[in-house]
Design a protein around this ligand. Structure first.
Ligand SMILES: Cc1cc2nc3c(=O)[nH]c(=O)nc-3n(C[C@H](O)[C@H](O)[C@H](O)COP(=O)(O)OP(=O)(O)OC[C@H]3O[C@@H](n4cnc5c(N)ncnc54)[C@H](O)[C@@H]3O)c2cc1C
Length: 317
């Protein structure tokens, strides 16, 4: 049983977008000494003691930070209530009982390298294609917010956010992002996978990864102002955040265009030469393998696609 946590933070606000999606604003008792104390894209650890069933002890989980490092005040998290938890003491079920003013644990130390600085570097001129399903948009919201905190008139035309959810109401931060589209030239498209249940929805339909399949990729190229076939690692870099299905579904069609995931064992399994740079970076919220590299029937066809994609990569201008 995990040791009891000493609470050191307060829920300043909770905004319930739906029954299962909530923005939590949390204030640590002691503001981190260093400012800024994190880089957009990083996460920190939240925790709770199970007071209703003390025998279950405490639970801690990583959560991406959705606020910008330049923000004063509470730290923001965008969290989904997990319907089918794996553990017997799921954190999200304890968080959902909290109300404003309640106490909890927050380790105000940021971790992770899913940041622009640690992946491509801040000066990389390519389009930044950010792919998220559900609460996977949190690190990307932090990234674009941070740009605007530093310059409210920042040009976000290099930033492309593709956000997938089941229903329109699940597309958190939609209004804020829409303003960035209008004012800062952010490129943002929400897509819903159950459009029949939302007849008023006029946006894209399907899972977010379907943007990269066949004719949909041709359409995305047009929207981004790229020439046919122009969506490749010399013009774009991909960031994905969320559960395995989104990551696997996005990287697989992109092998055909020569995109290489930043994951050593997948690179090796697909025979990517060491001198070819990574062009897909991901933050995974669960622990399923993205590609079962131990299964030759999975790896062999993907290896062929990757090798053909790499041959094409050499021809891109
Ligand atoms: C670096 C990192 C950052 C994360 N950031 C966030 C975040 O910003 N917001 C967030 O909601 N979650 C985030 N997660 C997931 C989070 O850490 C927990 O796994 C999740 O909240 C479930 O915890 P639990 O204790 O309630 O359930 P557990 O008993 O731990 O159940 C875990 C199960 O939940 C599934 N799961 C995990 N996350 C989700 C999700 N978002 N939607 C649906 N199913 C999920 C997993 O596949 C697994 O089956 C992050 C995970 C990592 C590794």
């Amino acid at each position: 049983m995990a040791k009891a946590l000493e609470y050191n933070a307060t829920v300043t606000e909770r905004i319930d977008l739906t029954d299962a999606l909530t923005v939590f604003r949390i204030t640590p008792d002691k503001a981190p000494e260093q400012k800024p104390w994190f880089v957009p894209g990083q996460y920190c650890v939240l925790g709770m003691n199970n007071e209703a069933v003390p025998a279950l002890g405490s639970v801690r989980r990583s959560m991406s930070i959705a606020s910008a490092p330049e923000d004063d005040g509470p730290v923001e998290f965008y969290i989904r209530w997990v319907a089918k938890p794996e553990s017997e003491n799921p954190l999200t079920h304890l968080l959902w009982k909290l109300k404003t003013g309640d106490r909890m644990y927050m380790r105000a130390v940021a971790a992770g390298v899913f940041t622009v600085k640690d992946t491509i570097g801040n000066d990389d001129p390519r389009l930044r294609i950010m792919v998220a399903a559900g609460t996977g948009s949190a690190p990307f919201v932090s990234m674009v917010r941070s740009e605007l905190r530093r310059n409210p008139n920042a040009d976000l035309s290099r930033w492309v956010l593709l956000h997938g959810a089941s229903y329109p109401a699940d597309l958190g931060y939609r209004d804020e992002l829409a303003r960035m589209v209008e004012v800062n030239k952010l490129k943002y498209w929400g897509t819903v996978s159950r459009p029949k249940e939302a007849p008023e929805w006029r946006g894209d339909a399907g899972r977010v990864e379907s943007f990269f399949e066949g004719a949909r990729l041709d359409d995305l190229e047009k929207r981004l102002g790229l020439a046919p076939g122009g969506f490749h690692p010399k013009s774009c870099v991909i960031f994905i955040c969320g559960l395995t299905g989104t990551i696997t579904g996005t990287i697989t069609p992109l092998f055909d265009r020569g995109f290489v995931p930043d994951f050593k064992r997948i690179r090796e399994a697909l025979g990517v030469p060491a001198d070819i740079k990574d062009s897909v970076f991901y933050e995974q919220y669960d622990t399923e393998p993205v590609i079962n590299i131990k299964d030759p029937s999975v790896v062999e066809p993907l290896k062929e696609r990757m090798q053909a994609g790499l041959a094409r990569l050499a021809t891109y201008e």
